[in-house]
Design a protein around this ligand. Structure first.
Ligand SMILES: O=C[C@H](O)COP(=O)(O)O
Ligand SMILES: CC(=O)C(=O)O
Length: 208
């Protein structure tokens, strides 16, 4: 299955900031058991590569992606660790070109029509909208659907159980990203049951 179809079938992609790599596998298990077999592990912590490696090795049916990939070097590390896709908050053309040259799925962030067009020129038809709620959310995506009918989006930033369904109802939305089902405190405390419950609540918003 192509990554886009896989992400579409999961619907909501948990965005993770993890400090302790020991928690990576129990966290991914909790998300999977809750109905979200995916993780965007952000390179905002030193544990990111190790967390990706552990999830990819122990839970091959979980779609583990790398987030906050700002450089080609980080993209290389993420792919080596086992990431299925490279995701970033903005668009670094060097990262996109490296991914395309190495056949690595890449989902860079856009916040404006000009950035969407830059990604189209790079050859992409699927990007992130970030930070989604700040830049107009559902209204912005509806507006972008006019001139950019072929472009599909993964809105992230400010999405929650309260508004995810309105994003998922849009034709140009493949999936949403969000951190709300993995609150830092629950992860730090190792409260995987609570995370699983939040994942289950989120997964119930996805029409399959
Ligand atoms: O930086 C934000 C994360 O990428 C996801 O956004 P969120 O915490 O609003 O869900
Ligand atoms: C926010 C986001 O998309 C990222 O850190 O990759």
């Amino acid at each position: 299955m192509e990554i886009r179809e896989k992400l579409a079938s999961i619907g909501i992609i948990p965005v993770i900031k993890i400090n302790d790599p020991e928690k990576a596998v129990p966290l991914a298990k909790a998300l999977k058991n809750g109905g979200l077999p995916a993780a965007e592990v952000t390179f905002r912590t030193a544990a990111a590569a190790e967390a990706i490696h552990r999830i990819a090795k122990e839970l091959p049916d979980v779609c583990v992606c790398a987030g906050t990939v700002l450089t080609v070097e980080t993209a290389r590390r993420a792919v080596k660790a086992g990431a299925s896709a490279i995701i970033s908050p903005g668009t670094n053309p060097d990262v996109v070109r490296w991914c395309l040259a190495n056949r690595v799925p890449v989902i860079p962030g856009c916040a404006t029509p000009t950035e969407v067009e830059a990604c189209m020129r790079l050859g992409l038809d699927f990007v992130k909208l970030f930070p989604a709620e700040v830049v107009g959310g559902v209204k912005m995506l509806k507006a972008l659907a006019g001139p950019y009918g072929q472009m599909a989006f993964m809105p992230t930033g400010g999405i929650s159980a309260a508004n995810a369904a309105s994003y998922l109802a849009l034709k140009n939305v493949v999936c949403c990203g969000g951190s709300w089902m993995v609150p830092e405190k629950l992860l730090d405390n190792g409260d995987f049951d609570a995370i699983e419950a939040l994942a289950r609540e989120a997964a119930a918003l996805v029409k399959r």
